[in-house]
Design a protein around this ligand. Sequence first.
Ligand SMILES: [Zn+2]
Ligand SMILES: [Zn+2]
Length: 117
Amino acid sequence: MRQGMKDPKVMEEVRKFSEELKIEQAEEFAKVRNLTCLQCKLDGTVPYTKKEVYYNRAELDGHVKEDYHSRKAQLKRAYVIDHGEGKGTCTLGARECASSDDFISHVESAHGEQLAI
Ligand SMILES: [Zn+2]
Ligand SMILES: [Zn+2]
């Protein structure tokens, strides 16, 4: 009666089943939101609430490729922390900027080296 267990066909079925189960478990695990973004944690311009966001694997992959961690986006966040969205002065050249977007355009044209990485 136990002979059936050694049947290569049965063994193959068992192997396939356990492999499928492993893949399923790995896929399920990848969906679990248990990852935070290290770049967010290390970036002083990122608000606390954003540092505490939990991602699953695919979401984190997407997030790290977003513009959010570009040099421009980081400089813009730093400007907004210092001046708000509106008027402010460029720290490097004492130029008055009308808004955070204006500041970024100014950095692009006057301090392009700050964006080159
Ligand atoms: Zn991040
Ligand atoms: Zn400037």
